[in-house]
Design a protein around this ligand. Structure first.
Ligand code: FMN
Length: 366
């Protein structure tokens, strides 16, 4: 299968299926000397794992990480880091009923159209479980970014019709509330909405917002490897992501230039902007302001209502999905988006090291 690697210098390759023996990621290009142990990665995995609330799948996934290579005496060696999670909670028999039937909204039909053969247990590589590999790599990238003073923070902005109120923003709530909203009131309303959706055997979607602060200006490579293009690829490669916005996003199409342009101004010897409609990106490069991204997530395709579909043998039929599915993907995908952003930034920053002769001279002549 092509397409399992991402990045140039900070490069990840994910492997494994949701109902196979294990899943994992190989992370190449991490500089030597970064303090790293399982305890740096596990909290990220715990944020992605199903919780105990009613909005989470009843699957119990311990998702315990093991670092297999690339560290010695608690530090990275500069060699490939391999991280593995063993699968311990598979109920593969739940899926035998859909072996020859395509789940609407899932990747069963397109996998068969492409390969003529698929791992139907839990969706194989198309399962949301693949994203745990990205989160393991994201934890490493985030640790690297922290050393450079860069912070990536993703949270749930909306679920169905319920949006957060920026006036209530409390970062500590993102990792404690079941919706991953930074707003207690919106969380409570969203839970009510999800209860009604769930009682109808249905599912819901929503929006994840990401704020990246501390990025220096000028990161990203024109013309095909723009930071905006790489972030879009990173996020749109996550299952169930359907649209993206940077800064004012689709709103710019109805704004005037005078409204949309961010005036530059000096703050001491630093170039800053009076506003941030651009969302921290100009010409595909970071402009030194916060990078603002909104990722739009579709409702979980596996719902418990009877649906019309077709069989592998081209017959019309109906499907009743079993198995254990999230009634909403958004809260579990928050840390996945954060991780893919961190991986993209780490790669862009390392690629940028070769942009200027001055930087090379400073490095090699010191
Ligand atoms: C963290 C996460 C968890 C997911 N959990 C489920 C799930 O429980 N059931 C399901 O049908 N889809 C789930 N998905 C979505 C499917 O993986 C995705 O919709 C499918 O691969 C089809 O791809 P597409 O939606 O991009 O077209 C999840 C996705 C993510 C990112």
């Amino acid at each position: 299968m092509a397409g399992s690697s991402f990045g140039n210098i900070f490069r990840i390759t994910t492997w494994g299926e949701s109902h196979g023996k294990a899943l994992g990621v190989v992370i190449d290009g991490v500089p030597a000397g970064l303090k790293l142990s399982e305890s740096d990665i596990q909290p990220y995995m715990d944020r992605r794992a199903p919780g105990s609330s009613m909005i989470s799948t009843p699957r119990k996934e311990a998702d315990e990480v093991e670092i297999l290579s690339g560290t010695f005496e608690g530090k990275t060696t500069g060699c490939p880091i391999s991280v593995m999670v063993r699968n311990t909670s598979q109920h593969s028999s739940d899926y035998s009923a859909i072996k020859d039937i395509y789940r609407p909204g899932h990747a069963d039909y397109t996998f068969d159209a492409k390969y003529g053969f698929r791992d139907y247990r839990g969706g194989g590589r198309s399962s949301g479980r693949e994203t745990l590999c990205r989160v393991a790599a994201g934890a490493v990238a985030a640790k690297l970014l922290k050393e450079l003073g860069i912070d990536v923070c993703s949270y749930t902005r909306s679920i169905g019709p319920v949006s957060i109120d920026p006036a209530n923003f409390d970062r500590a709530l993102i990792t404690t509330l079941p919706t991953c909203m930074p707003d207690q009131e919106a969380n409570d309303k969203a839970l009510e909405y999800l209860e009604s959706v769930r009682s109808e055997a249905d599912s819901a979607g929503g929006v994840i917002e990401t704020v990246i602060s501390g990025m220096p200006a000028g990161i990203g490579d024109p013309v095909f490897d723009k930071l905006s293009a790489d972030l879009a690829k990173a996020i749109m490669s996550i299952g169930a992501m359907k649209a993206l916005e940077f800064g004012d996003g689709i709103g710019v199409s109805s704004a005037k230039g005078s409204e949309n342009n961010d005036a530059f101004r000096m703050d001491g010897d630093k170039v800053t902007k009076a506003t941030n409609h651009s969302g921290g990106l100009l010409g595909g490069m970071s402009d030194g302001s916060d990078i603002i991204i909104r990722s739009y997530v579709k409702p979980t395709p596996s719902i418990y209502k009877t649906q019309e579909t077709v069989t592998k043998d081209n017959e019309d039929t109906r499907i009743n999905i079993e198995g254990r599915h999230d009634p909403i993907i958004v809260p579990r995908a928050v840390v996945v988006v954060e991780s893919m952003c961190a991986i993209t930034l780490a790669d862009a920053l390392m690629t940028n090291m070769s942009a200027r002769l001055d930087s090379l001279k400073t490095f090699y002549r010191q």
